[in-house]
Ligand binder design. Structure first.
Ligand code: KIV
Ligand code: NA
Length: 274
């Protein structure tokens, strides 16, 4: 089997064929998607998707490490990138390094991702200078939801472009190997992608990006509510509902378990008298 995709290999895909990525949090889903994607993100969206949290803010480092391990066990091809959760890296470059090192050492993943542009550039430089591959994330950054007020697309007015362009340029300059652009208008995504020396990975950021990522449960049709930028490529919720309805009916009518699902005795029972 071929070796795993590395962060430098993703970096070298700039301007070439599109980079394909999905999130995954579980071993079983990882086994299914591993050979189709270039990298898998263990996103802190797991707080909302797996645990029903309103935002990603309560997600802990321990949760990320636990699910990072689950994804590493299920994959052998894709690069695995693990999100640093809110509160685990913003305080100082030293805090970020300490927690990034825990993620790399305890999960065996190949890179970490953190949110923020200009303000995180010194931290990205500190990490990449010490052997930690960093994927950056600018545009809509869900960990800043309390400060932003709501999840909404960025850069839809040209006068708002400057800070986002600067964020993208500074994370690339600081050594990030790729950058996620979340929920930004197409012309801005196109401009940033053309200007940056590293791949842009879009989520709600138009087909002009060097790659695309979606949350797996959203694209499978398992999540109830999804943003405009999600296309449902499947309808898993319907399949699950059908299967569970069939199970409930079968149990209630005693047609399940059937003889083929039932253990008999090893030796034939003597016929009961009476
Ligand atoms: O947490 C996540 O799933 C993400 C992607 C949406 C990029 O950060
Ligand atoms: Na995330």
């Amino acid at each position: 089997q071929s070796p795993r995709v590395t962060a430098p290999q993703i970096r070298q895909r700039k301007g070439k064929d599109p980079i394909v990525a999905l999130t995954s949090y579980h071993t079983h889903t990882t086994r299914i998607i591993d050979s189709y994607v270039d990298f898998i993100l263990v996103g802190d969206s797991l707080g909302m998707v797996m645990h029903g949290m309103e935002t990603t803010l309560p997600v802990t480092l321990e949760m990320m490490i636990l699910q990072g391990l689950a994804v590493m066990r299920g994959s052998s091809h894709a690069l695995v990138v693990v999100d640093m959760p809110f509160g685990s890296y913003e305080e100082s470059p030293e805090q970020a390094f300490r927690n990034a090192a825990r993620i790399l050492k305890e999960t065996g993943c190949g890179a970490i991702k953190l949110e923020g542009g200009e303000r995180m550039a010194p931290t990205i430089r500190f990490l990449t200078g010490r052997g930690v591959p960093v994927m950056a994330h600018v545009g809509l950054t869900p960990q800043s939801i309390m400060a932003l007020g709501s999840f909404k697309a960025q850069g839809r007015e040209e006068e708002d472009w400057g800070p986002i362009e600067r964020d993208a340029a500074l994370v690339a300059d600081a050594g990030a190997f790729a950058v996620v652009l979340e929920a930004i208008a197409e012309p801005l995504a196109a401009k940033i992608t053309a200007q940056l020396p590293i791949p842009t990975i879009g989520i709600g950021a138009s087909p002009t990006c060097d790659g695309q990522i979606l949350v797996l449960e959203d694209m499978l049709g398992l999540s109830d509510r999804v943003p405009k930028f999600v296309k449902r490529f499947g309808s898993l919720a319907g399949h699950i509902r059908e299967a569970v309805e069939g199970y409930a009916d079968a149990v209630r009518s005693r047609s399940f378990p059937a003889p083929e699902n039932t253990y008999g005795m090893k030796k034939a029972q003597p016929a009961k008298s009476e």
